[in-house]
Design a protein around this ligand. Structure first.
Ligand code: FES
Length: 137
């Protein structure tokens, strides 16, 4: 009797992955946990930092947990401050799209050499990258 129109509250919770709402319907709606991925970032001096994240995280996001995070400017794929060279595990990254290539070219970085740390996603396994700019903490 006191249900919301069209069961909107339950539908929103399901869409947001907030799990069962107490009703018997849709009790298996919780999203499965994302697998662990591992990022190693190398600086120009050859020092390495490693941190785990979840599948689908960007290198920039994961590096935010490191003592020396990858540098960033715009966080919307337009400045290329977050550019990284992939040293190992390129097959574990999301494909490079036209926007990423265009941003790298517009900022005079070879898109066949670099990826954008804010746009690329680590889909599985381990990835090792070299970053060229770091946040000053
Ligand atoms: S932070 Fe600007 S392109 Fe990634």
């Amino acid at each position: 009797m006191s249900m919301t129109p069209f069961r909107i509250r339950e539908r929103l919770k399901k869409l947001l992955g907030l799990g069962p709402t107490g009703s018997s319907e849709g009790s298996a709606s919780a999203a499965p946990p994302r697998p662990k991925v591992t990022l190693t970032v190398v600086d120009q001096a050859g020092e390495e930092q490693t941190f785990d994240g979840k599948a689908g995280d960007s290198p920039l996001f994961i590096s935010g947990n490191m003592a020396k995070p990858i540098g960033s400017g715009c966080n919307d794929s337009s400045c290329a401050t977050c550019r990284i060279e992939v040293l190992e595990g390129a097959e574990n990254l999301s494909p490079q799209d036209a926007r990423e290539r265009a941003t790298l070219e517009a900022n005079e970085h070879d898109p066949d050499t670099f990826r954008l740390g804010c746009r690329t996603e680590i889909l599985q396994g381990s990835v090792k990258v070299r970053a060229h700019e770091f946040l000053e903490i």
